[in-house]
Design a binder for this molecule. Structure first.
Ligand SMILES: [Zn+2]
Length: 252
């Protein structure tokens, strides 16, 4: 098995035995990688100094499986380069960090590299550490994630008839907004109010989504994008409700 070297962020960590951990990594050059870190929990003589924690970045070497069968690659080296320690200073930052980690695992596959998404991920984690607004940073990452998957929705016109007015519904299955005249037969859909749509369009243009509309509209924008991600991935991100309580979500 070839040994590859890369940079990676730890997105998931499972205690595997007395001494080992199974890690879900997102690498810059090789996409998602599931590795076993044998001896990672032994405090002395560990090759993985100073231990491996969630949501930190490091230089990594691992033996890559080439057969794509079930199983784990073996981590041979880990050297932490950034701890993103600021995430742990506030609960909402940590929740956002966990959300971006979970959705990255949901929306990417092993061995499929997305260097730009990797850069967006580390940039989002760094921004959260530096005290950037949490929901703005998270929705910015949702956009990067959906664009990386080729699934950013159409917002300027109805995906069915192409009309630019009367856009009231969002359909994940159709890949964007649906107008009042076309929504009748679409089973999978949800209402998106005007201010939320406006803010989504601003996010699409790279503008500051949080500069107007207020916190409630920001929550709704997060919710629409989270709904789309959950639909595409086939499951909900459990950490979403840590970031925004479920009582405030799935509303129009
Ligand atoms: Zn239409």
């Amino acid at each position: 098995m070839p040994v590859v070297s890369d940079v990676a962020v730890v997105l998931r960590r499972i205690e595997y035995s007395e001494t080992s951990q199974v890690l879900g990594l997102f690498t810059r050059g090789h996409g998602q990688a599931r590795v076993i870190a044998k001896g990672a929990k032994r405090s002395t003589r560990s090759r993985f100094s100073p231990g491996i924690d969630l949501l930190e970045e490091g230089q990594v070497s691992f033996s890559m499986r080439t057969d794509r069968s079930e199983g784990l690659s073996t981590l041979t080296e880990w050297k932490q380069t950034r701890s993103f320690g600021g995430l742990r200073e506030k609960l909402e930052r940590l929740a956002a960090g966990q959300y971006v980690a979970e959705t990255t695992l949901m929306m990417t596959v092993e061995g499929d590299a997305h260097a730009l998404l990797y850069d967006a991920l580390t940039s989002a984690l760094q921004s959260l550490c530096d005290g950037a607004a949490v929901l703005e940073t998270t929705t910015g990452y949702q956009r990067a994630l959906l664009e990386s998957a080729g699934a950013w929705p159409r917002l300027d016109a109805c995906v069915v008839c192409g009309r630019g007015s009367g856009l009231t519904y969002f359909s994940s299955l159709e890949g964007g907004m649906v107008c009042r005249d076309c929504e009748g037969v679409r089973v999978e859909k949800r209402v998106v109010a005007g201010p939320t749509l406006e803010m989504l369009r601003r996010l699409e243009c790279g503008g500051d989504a949080g500069s107007s509309g207020g916190e409630e509209v920001l929550v709704r924008m997060f919710d629409v994008l989270d709904y789309h991600i959950a639909h595409l991935a086939g499951r909900e991100a459990t950490s979403a409700s840590m970031l925004v309580p479920s009582g405030r979500r799935r509303v129009t």
